[in-house]
Design a protein around this ligand. Structure first.
Ligand code: IPE
Ligand code: IPE
Ligand code: MG
Length: 246
């Protein structure tokens, strides 16, 4: 039986998040420039997005550029920004054909205005699409997100909109960039690194973590199916005992 057919459709992760890592090493192994790795990585983005939509995953969030990535060499940052614009222009058709809504999280104001404009354009054009939400984390940092949420909440306390004793997990959640998204069920990181790198710290509180040695440009639909099958073989206990669940 094919991998895809082994997946239980009634136990799909509702929200998959991916730290797409290893573009640079992939290029280096081939004796090419890092830019070639990033460009090749866009093919995996397309494949994985289509695979998730086909399966019926409702939310896919991709870590594309972190707040820390601004510290990379200027030329690499420029290349990534240029690639973002060209991918958005090119892939709007994939999003429309698959009925996918685009969303973005992060400090979007920090993006070059051309990127911001293109991003907003695709978000607007796909806003009524219903099959899946694809969220791009751009200029995203989880600590910045939590800091921003805290500032918003403090402002509301100051203006008597929220009283401190009413602050709970729900209210905090509502002030994160991800307010419209459910918690992450499955977090995948490629390239063999086993760290979170400031991604969705609050939202992965109970996510299943999956690390693979595969470098992002090599990550295929089949690799995604393997990750989902691995997820479906786990028991998510949320603090309870195994007996309580059965
Ligand atoms: C992931 O690949 C893409 C971004 C972080 C933008 P890397 O560029 O981090 O590739 P490695 O980790 O150097 O191989
Ligand atoms: C994390 O990858 C950020 C993205 C995938 C966009 P990095 O390659 O930047 O992470 P570190 O620095 O190795 O942790
Ligand atoms: Mg990396």
């Amino acid at each position: 039986m094919e991998l895809k057919d082994q997946i239980h459709k009634d136990q799909l992760p509702k929200h998959i998040a991916i730290i797409m890592d290893g573009n640079g090493r992939w290029a280096k192994q081939k004796g090419r420039l890092r830019a070639f790795g990033h460009e090749s990585g866009t093919k995996s983005v397309k494949a994985v997005t289509e695979a998730c939509a086909e399966l019926g995953v409702q939310h896919l969030t991709l870590y594309a550029f972190s707040t820390e990535n601004w510290n990379r060499p200027k030329l690499e940052v420029q290349t990534l920004m240029r690639l973002l614009i060209s991918s958005l222009k090119k892939e709007i058709k994939t999003l429309q054909d698959n009925n996918i809504k685009l969303n973005a999280i992060g400090n979007l104001q920090a993006l070059p205005s051309k990127v911001h404009k293109e991003l907003q354009d695709v978000i607007d054009k796909t806003k009524t699409n219903k099959r899946m939400t694809l969220t791009l984390a751009l200029s995203y940092g989880s600590r910045l997100e939590i800091t921003d949420a805290l500032k918003d909440i403090c402002d509301k306390v100051k203006n008597n909109i929220i009283s401190p004793e009413n602050i709970d997990e729900y209210i905090i959640n509502q002030h994160l960039y991800t307010r419209n998204l459910p918690d992450v069920d499955l977090l995948i990181r490629t390239s063999g690194e086993q760290r979170i790198s400031n991604f969705l710290l609050w939202q992965i509180a109970y996510a299943e973590l999956y690390f693979t040695e595969v470098l992002w440009p090599d990550f295929s639909k089949e690799d995604l199916y393997i990750a989902i099958l691995n997820y479906q073989n786990r028991e998510r206990r949320f603090g309870k005992t195994s007996e309580q669940l059965s």
